[in-house]
Design a protein around this ligand. Sequence first.
Ligand SMILES: N[C@@H](CCC(=O)N[C@@H](CS)C(=O)NCC(=O)O)C(=O)O
Length: 220
Amino acid sequence: MVEESKVVLLGSGFSMFGMRAKIALEEKGIKYEYIEQDLTNKSPLLQEMNPIHKKIPVLIHNGRPICESLIIVEYIDMVWNNNSSFLPSDAYQRALARFWANFVDQEVYHVSRRVWTSMGNEQEVAKKGFIESLKQLEEVLGDKAYFGGDTFGFVDISLIPFYCWFYTYEMFGKFKVEAECPKLIAWAKRCMPRESVSKTLADGKEVYESVLDYKKLMLD
Ligand SMILES: N[C@@H](CCC(=O)N[C@@H](CS)C(=O)NCC(=O)O)C(=O)O
């Protein structure tokens, strides 16, 4: 019985990738054990469960590891398929959902990271790229409630953890996402009341404080 199986999640701090796995587990109502990982001193468990990348998140289901956040979300969707699915049943819509979730990883993540890790011209370029990638997503969202339509799904899960990082990007980049992408912020505010999301997302100011601490540590 799937319900009785053992589920463990290895995560760390304010990782948006770890948050995806948590939201998916919460959406499906799965009981799981969360084990916080220190990424500056990787545990033997993390090294054993993700020997290739040694990164979080790792979902351990009945002793078997599943790595990479989007793969974890899909795995959860396939194994606990008793209620509504994160991915659409139509093959083309499914392919599109995977494409945009991948876009979040390939475009949004890399460029958003550079907003707080770079300075000067590089930061300006990153800021423009970040806003551009959000505008593209806003266009995909259109007038729908969620990326897949009326129900919260795969692309929503892939993107919503970034929302608690927006304050950090705004503080470093000196801009307001809402002024650039009001529809995307309205979407995020629609996602927030979901228990899976509100329980998982960190406070934006706490994320910012931790980034400041991290940068200070890097300079010392
Ligand atoms: N593509 C991976 C990215 C995971 C990732 O970058 N995890 C970071 C934390 S946010 C990590 O474990 N970093 C440790 C390291 O790079 O050594 C996913 O989607 O799961």
